[in-house]
Write a new protein. Structure first.
Length: 296
């Protein structure tokens, strides 16, 4: 009995040391959702911008982010960890710490539902509601392996954040249209965006907004536009429906598909657009085909 009591004592001391000193968080919230890690990542960042007294998201990688929220006299750290359950379901663990009252929280949490727990649950629930609302406004379906088409094109090179891409397209759509139509240039398909660089750490991109045209010797010369031959490539293909601001959700779906199927890809998506956002309408009827080139 004495030996058993000693073992129990050591285990109790070990648990208390872990719980009060080693354990790096005060409270853990876990949930599952039918979407990709990339979509969750982008949704956390967008949601964070809507909060008062929150600092910019710090990102270790696509699946691990840190967020800090200040409420009255408390500073809360939210450490988000995203993992894949299967091809369509993601699991999210949110490790929450009240930096200024961590020890007090650890003492009080086992004895009842504290204000800290209620506030945390409400905050995470607010995010989940926003995420579900977003997912109801988009449709992403991975089609499989296909090829992009070869075409000559007029284009405008741009740089910015992923979320700014659609605005850049809209700003230059009229410019390209007016210059080409003034010279009666024949179009050779619908507009597309060629991503030339994608930095997943800071969500920045460089891209060409392209109008396919029939190559000729009479193409208009304008310092704002350039011309080139785009060569088609073998690629993974996905279909996207929704506002083009968030068409990058299909990029992440293709990244996941490539990883799950051991397909080496080049992180330079190509988006082909079949709807004109200037006409408005039901965004779920806006259509785009998204391609992610496969390495040779």
């Amino acid at each position: 009995m004495k030996k058993i009591s000693t073992i129990i004592g050591f285990l109790t001391i070990g648990f208390l040391l872990w719980y009060f000193i080693i354990k790096p968080y005060d409270y853990l919230v876990t949930f599952k959702v039918k979407t990709t890690a990339g979509t969750i990542n982008q949704s956390i960042k967008l949601w964070n911008t809507s909060l008062e007294n929150s600092s910019p998201i710090q990102q270790e990688n696509l699946k691990n982010l840190t967020q800090q929220i200040i409420v009255k006299d408390s500073t809360f750290n939210y450490n988000w960890s995203i993992s894949s359950v299967n091809d369509s379901i993601s699991k999210v663990n949110v490790y929450v710490t009240d930096i200024d009252h961590s020890f007090a929280n650890k003492i009080s949490i086992p004895f009842g539902t504290t204000d800290f727990e209620k506030r945390t649950q409400n905050t995470i629930t607010d995010f989940i509601d926003k995420l579900k609302e977003h997912l109801n406004k988009i449709r992403v379906r991975v089609v499989g392996i296909d090829s992009t088409r070869t075409t000559y094109c007029a284009y405008i090179p741009m740089k910015g954040l992923q979320i700014e891409k659609a605005r850049g397209m809209m700003q230059n759509y009229s410019l390209l249209t007016s210059i080409l139509s003034a010279e009666n240039i024949e179009m050779n398909g619908t507009p597309f965006v060629e991503i030339t660089n994608w930095n997943t750490q800071n969500d920045s991109i460089a891209y060409n907004f392209c109008f396919p045209v029939i190559k000729s010797d009479s193409l208009p010369i304008d310092p704002r536009i350039q011309y080139k031959q785009y060569s088609g490539v073998k690629a993974l293909k996905a279909s996207y429906n929704g506002n083009y601001i968030t068409s990058d959700r299909a990029w992440y779906a293709l990244l996941d598909y490539a990883g799950n199927n051991d397909i080496e890809i080049v992180k330079k998506p190509l988006e082909v657009f079949y709807s004109n956002p200037n006409f408005g309408g039901d965004e779920l009827k806006w259509e785009a085909q998204i391609y992610l080139p496969i390495k040779d």
